[in-house]
Design a protein around this ligand. Structure first.
Ligand SMILES: *Cc1c(COP(=O)(O)O)cnc(C)c1O
Length: 361
């Protein structure tokens, strides 16, 4: 698909092109079909699925096609339902992508560490070899290295995360564009934190790139981590393939209903996001005042990556104060990652910094 570049629209992506990327067993598979998929109306007598007919909150199976939720989400994001896949968290969406397209023991995936740890775990679960591309000091992929790997190793998947976890930076648009242009397979762009960086999403460009899958989640800005809802956006062809191997009832009815409600509260969520962005600025400024804090990296997400003189000691010290942060110093030397909390929590974090010996500015 590398020659398709910006030329193709989704309609031009023939099933044939995708067939060269998808695993053969997935193509041959006859997906499970429930009667619930065939019937769309209300008020029928449902004697198809061996449910207990007496009403409770959960006596019925959830809608396997997740129609109401997809149509509301599609409207919110400006994307047609046929270009949307819903998963049990984005971890499931990512796993479905690996399972549909990567032949265990044969295909490869390209990652750019430091990045989200689950990519490597999911690759491992699927017996897919990980190739690592280099990043510069600014956490941007080194493009000459990336182009060499794309050419020599021909990874089936490239995983990009923007804003990246745990570094907080956006990946440059020119880098993403060049990878989309040169990747021999599919490019997955994880936008888990995109609501904290409005305007940076690639969703509006989706129809320019038949090899792009954008992944988002309700776990971060939307405040629904407990509901487990992840979203994949891609060409209808790709979504069809992923749906073939998706468990029909992968998103439970509580989650479908509660997320639908939450989507209706878009303004409330935007208010929370604005508050977190303000707090991010406040914490950035305050943390820069501590001599033990060597660097606070700019963040487009709801966390800060900071480099300190002794990350293990800082982690232990904050833990002693009842504050749990993420020690990422194994992945990013000298660094810890701190999630932006409520204003009160952030002030308590700073109070703990004040009480740390040598932490005073
Ligand atoms: C938190 C996070 C996710 C979210 O995963 P869910 O399974 O949807 O909760 C996905 N990608 C990245 C980079 C994350 O940091």
């Amino acid at each position: 698909m590398n020659q398709s570049g910006p030329t193709g629209s989704w309609e031009e992506v023939t099933m044939k092109e995708l067939e060269t990327l998808v695993r053969e067993n997935v193509l041959r598979l006859t997906p499970y079909s429930s009667a619930r998929q065939e019937f769309t109306g209300d008020g029928a007598i449902m004697l198809d699925a061996n449910e207990n007919p007496f009403r409770s909150e959960l006596n019925r199976y959830p809608d396997p096609l997740q129609r109401s939720l997809k149509s509301a989400l599609g409207e919110y994001r400006g994307i047609a339902p046929e270009n949307i896949l819903l998963g049990n968290g984005s971890d499931e969406v990512l796993d479905l992508i690996f399972r549909a397209f990567c032949e265990p023991g044969a295909d490869r995936v390209l990652l750019f560490p430091p990045t989200y740890g689950m990519y490597r775990v999911i690759a491992g679960m699927n017996d897919v070899e990980v190739c690592e591309g280099r990043c510069g000091e600014d956490f941007q992929p080194d493009m000459s290295d990336a182009l060499r790997i794309l050419h020599d190793v021909e990874p089936k998947l490239v995983m990009l995360c923007s804003p990246n976890n745990p570094t907080g930076n956006l990946i440059d648009r020119a880098v993403i564009e060049s990878i989309l242009q040169n990747a021999p397979g599919l490019v997955v762009l994880d936008e888990a934190y995109i609501d904290f960086s409005p305007g940076a999403s690639w969703l509006p460009e989706l129809d320019r790139w038949p090899n792009l899958i954008v992944v988002q989640t309700f776990s971060k800005a939307w405040g629904m981590a407990g509901g487990r809802l992840g979203v994949g956006y891609a060409s209808a062809g790709i979504i069809d393939i992923l749906n073939r191997i998706r468990y029909p009832y992968n998103v439970n009815s509580c989650t479908q209903r509660l997320v639908l409600d939450r989507l209706g509260d878009g303004r409330l969520v935007q208010g929370e996001v604005s508050a977190l962005i303000r707090e991010r600025g406040f914490l950035t400024e305050k943390l820069r005042g501590y001599p033990s804090v060597e660097q606070v990296y700019p963040s487009e997400a709801n966390f800060l990556l900071i480099r300190v003189d002794d990350p293990d000691a800082l982690y232990a010290n904050l833990l002693g104060n009842g504050i749990v942060i993420r020690n990422v110093s194994r992945a990013v030397p000298g660094c810890v990652r701190i999630t932006i909390g409520t204003p009160d929590e952030n002030r308590r974090l700073l109070a703990a910094f004040d009480s740390i010996p040598g932490g005073l500015s």
